[in-house]
Design a protein around this ligand. Structure first.
Ligand SMILES: Nc1ncnc2c1ncn2[C@@H]1O[C@H](COP(=O)(O)OP(=O)(O)OP(=O)(O)O)[C@@H](O)[C@H]1O
Length: 249
């Protein structure tokens, strides 16, 4: 396991990361020499036209996929070159995931869903911290209920709590509000923003929605597998304008 002193201030760092799918004439370069650092405690949105490489970026950064070349560092630990078992362990303990489709288990109660990452990692649950996380995501439902009995917004709050419970180095969110109506989406984003601030949580969110992206501290744009710019503390209007210049979205 390699630890680099200069990577310690960054939660996540990609260095010259490329990912090519297929080979020969059919090869697609989904990521093309991407270098970027996610500062500890920062909330970053990742946007770009369809096919620009957002999912590939997320999968490489989270150790779910391996770059063809380049390095990925999580809190100073190099992911690239790790064996599959070590990557699984790292993902379990140091990364939180939130997906568009919530991905909650209905065989488990809300409480059990939130605590699942700790159970899988063989770590004890701290009832006081569970209580704090549940309050921070404003989840106002009985914790012994099954997820399918909850609204979409409540289910996504459960998923966010589950992502925060291990105090991970970074939370990756893939279109977290894509399945929610506009009003619920805004409420969930407001809660997410508060939770990120409260815990000093590093987060990276892929989204197509300029309003959702405007909740982040900065918006990174991808086009054709490359970083195509960044906007800090900006408005949905500016984000939409930049996206329009990048092409179809
Ligand atoms: N498993 C794969 N095999 C071959 N090509 C792939 C694979 N996954 C992605 N690609 C290609 O890599 C490029 C980037 O895809 P990616 O899914 O990362 O883009 P995206 O920005 O997430 O797109 P979208 O917004 O439509 O989800 C696209 O040209 C895509 O067709």
């Amino acid at each position: 396991m390699t630890t680099v002193a200069d990577g310690l201030t960054d939660a996540v760092r990609l260095e010259s990361v490329s990912r090519t799918y297929g080979s020969g004439a059919a090869a697609v370069r989904a990521l093309d020499g991407v270098t970027i650092s996610l500062r500890r405690g920062g909330f970053t949105a990742l946007m770009g036209p369809s096919g620009s490489g957002k999912s590939t970026f997320l999968h490489c950064a989270a150790g779910l996929d391996r770059p063809t070349s380049g390095r990925v560092l999580l809190g100073g630990t190099e992911l690239t070159g790790q064996r599959e078992a070590a990557l699984t362990e790292l993902r379990r303990s140091r990364i939180g995931f939130v997906f568009q489709a919530y991905n909650l288990l209905d065989a488990l109660t809300v409480r059990e869903n939130i605590l699942l990452p700790l159970r899988l990692a063989g770590r004890p649950a701290d009832p006081a911290f569970l209580d704090e996380v549940v309050r921070s995501v404003e989840l106002d439902v009985p914790l012994d209920r099954r997820p399918s009995k909850l609204s979409g917004g409540q289910q996504q709050r459960v998923a966010i709590a589950r992502a925060l419970i291990t105090r991970p180095d970074v939370v990756f969110l893939d279109e977290p509000t894509g399945a929610l109506d506009t009003r619920t989406a805004r409420q969930v984003l407001g809660t997410l923003r508060q939770a990120v601030d409260r815990w000093g949580q590093t987060a990276l969110m892929v989204t197509h929605d300029p309003v959702a992206a405007s909740y982040a501290d900065s918006v990174v744009f991808l086009a054709d597998g490359r970083i195509a710019g960044e906007l800090a503390h900006t408005t949905p209007e500016h984000i939409a304008e930049r996206m329009t210049h990048l092409g179809e979205w």
